[in-house]
Each structure stands twice: as C-alpha cells, then as structure tokens.
Design a protein around this ligand. Structure first.
Ligand code: FES
Length: 131
C-alpha cells in the first residue's frame, strides 16, 4: 500500500518540529520494535495546550503522524488531548499501511507522556485524571 497524499505532505513538510524552551510538559517515548524515539514539548496555560512541538529520530510514518497529532492537539484542553487516539490521527491522514500502524502509536504515547509530565508538576488538587 502506498502512502496517502496527506502522509506525504506531513512527512515532507512536518508541522511543529522543534523544541519549546521552558515547556511545562515534556515527554519522551521509544518504540521497542524499531528503536525510534520521539520527544514532545508543550506549553500549557490554564489547562489549554498553547503550543506543541516535537522532535523524532523516527521513520516517515512517525514524522507524519506526529506532525498531524500536534496539529490536532494544539489549542485543545488537556482533557481533549488525552482522548486523541492514534486511530483518529491515522484517519486524519487518510490511513497508513498496516505495517506502519505501530509508528502512529508513538505519537499518541508521546502526547500522553508529555501530559503525564505536566500532571506531575501540578499540585494534588489540580491534577487531571489520566485514564
Ligand atoms: Fe519506527 Fe516507524 S519504523 S516509528
């Protein structure tokens, strides 16, 4: 199966690549299958993701899904972002070849990892319930 035009677009011109200085949510995850690594940075204010950036040592599908995932969580609340699944990201990209599905999981996990980090920096009563 070939890559969709949207996957190619996000792979060739990934959105939100980089780092956020003073990010208050930072997550890093690795894919045991291929050894690829992804780091996610967020600037969260009043429970809303104002900015998000990512860096990855990963394949094209990982880059495309992270790019799309960051676009999808930007401007969302932490609770909304937690509900974003790799399936929704793949659908937004018009699908991925079956052997590349595990790559999209990296993006979802990186978001969750960053939000867990954010949570751990909050006082007890301000913590969000992470599913
Ligand atoms: Fe490693 Fe795609 S092959 S994330």
């Amino acid at each position: 199966m070939a890559y969709s035009e949207k996957v190619m677009d996000h792979f060739m011109n990934p959105r939100n690549v980089g780092e956020i200085e003073n990010a208050n949510a930072v997550g890093q995850v690795g894919n045991a299958k291929c050894g690829d690594i992804m780091k996610m940075y967020m600037d969260i204010e009043d429970g809303v993701i104002k900015d998000v950036k990512f860096k990855t040592f990963g394949c094209g599908a990982a880059i495309a899904t992270s790019s799309m995932a960051t676009e999808m969580v930007k401007g969302k609340t932490v609770e909304e972002a937690l509900k974003l699944t790799n399936k929704a990201v793949m659908e937004a990209l018009d699908g991925l070849p079956p052997e590349k599905i595990h790559c999209s999981v990296l993006a979802e996990e990186a978001i969750h990892s960053a939000l867990e980090d954010y949570n751990s920096r909050q006082s007890e009563e301000n913590r969000i319930k992470l599913g």
